[in-house]
Design a binder for this molecule. Structure first.
Ligand code: SF4
Length: 336
């Protein structure tokens, strides 16, 4: 069985066709040095089927445009009012402040900038939503080559159609874990279906979807495979993978970080299940994975979030750029 699964995994390199669920379940059991073989295969599949020009990596930065005061009860999140994490709380930032942040990141070479707001989402078009649309317009006018993305939670059809009209580049909304485990591991204050409905609307209006999840919230390896394959049904463009950064005051404050081999397998299987997509390493890269972040970037990821996260710090954009230049030696394409 294992040999058959390995053979199928190698055929992804030749064909670019996604690995099937059953084989991924078998490969999720690999251990020891075999995990490194899987990593190496995922890196080759990425280079051949999702390689970016000149071995480049997809990078983006975000701004936490509205922080804390969220009525939802996501167990990992410092911004939930149900948790007692020490986090900054503020309503939607002044548009000038968002423009200033985007301008600074633009001058550092960032060309994907995401506006992120805490909360369930926007059930209707309200003044705050209109303000965000205004900021998107101003950013696009000022920096024509800047891709302006948004992560505003659950949306209705009118809001999605407005984002499409105003050319939002990607919309981020995560399913976080295997759908069957969402209620238990993530939140029971809202159904996952609300998020899936938003994803379907984004697809209907042609907005490229950025949708992924978080590792280390109590899921098993089996759950991780289910999560990866749940993404296959959603027609998404970018898959952000986060590793939990346990935060004091949240129910997951004491959560143990998954074994590095399990995280490597998850990244690699995600690449084999989604050969041509952008897979982005987001939170946890520097703070939790530390010495292993390079290894994970070689396990199939071709993108990363840089310059800080919603409630935790990241590395400077320039430091990340140096780091990624070093990794370019493994892409099979000369580093620039
Ligand atoms: S993840 Fe989003 S919806 Fe959940 S508690 Fe945090 S801010 Fe609220």
């Amino acid at each position: 069985m294992i040999n058959n699964a390995i053979e199928k995994a190698y055929s992804v390199l030749e064909t670019g066709e996604p690995l099937q669920y059953e084989e991924a379940r078998v490969l999720a059991e690999l251990e020891g040095e075999d995990v490194l073989d899987l990593l190496s295969l995922a890196n080759k599949v990425k280079n051949r089927h999702a390689g970016l020009p000149e071995g480049d990596l997809h990078s983006c930065s975000i701004i936490n445009a509205k922080s804390g005061v969220c009525a939802e009860n996501c167990r990992f999140c410092a911004q939930s009012l149900h948790n007692s994490a020490d986090v900054e709380q503020y309503q939607l930032l002044d548009p000038e402040r968002i423009l200033q942040s985007a301008g600074e990141l633009y001058s550092e070479g960032i060309r994907h900038f995401g506006i992120v707001t805490s909360g369930y989402g926007y059930r209707k078009v309200n003044p705050e939503f209109l303000k965000i649309i205004g900021v998107i317009d101003r950013l696009r006018a000022k920096y024509p080559d800047l891709n302006v993305c948004a992560s505003l939670g659950v949306l209705g059809e009118e809001q999605v159609s407005m984002l499409a009209e105003h050319s939002v580049a990607h919309y981020n909304i995560n399913i976080q874990v295997a759908p069957e485990r969402y209620r238990e591991l993530i939140a029971d204050s809202h159904p996952l279906q609300d998020r899936i409905d938003t994803i379907r609307l984004l697809g209907k209006y042609g907005i490229p979807i950025c949708c992924g999840g978080i590792l280390g919230v109590g899921e098993t390896m089996h759950d991780r495979v289910d999560f990866i394959y749940a993404l296959q049904n959603l027609d998404i463009t970018v898959i952000p993978l986060n590793v939990l950064v346990p935060i004091e005051g949240t129910p997951l404050a004491g959560a143990a970080t998954p074994a590095i081999t399990d995280i490597v397998k998850t990244f690699a299987l995600c690449r084999l299940a989604h050969p041509g997509k952008i897979i982005k390493f987001a939170a946890g890269r520097e703070t939790v994975m530390k010495d292993f972040q390079g290894l994970l970037m070689l396990a199939g990821a071709n993108g990363f979030l840089t310059g800080g996260y919603l409630t935790t710090r990241g590395r400077r954009v320039e430091d990340d750029r140096d780091f990624m230049r070093q990794l370019a030696g493994f892409t099979g394409v000369p580093s620039t």
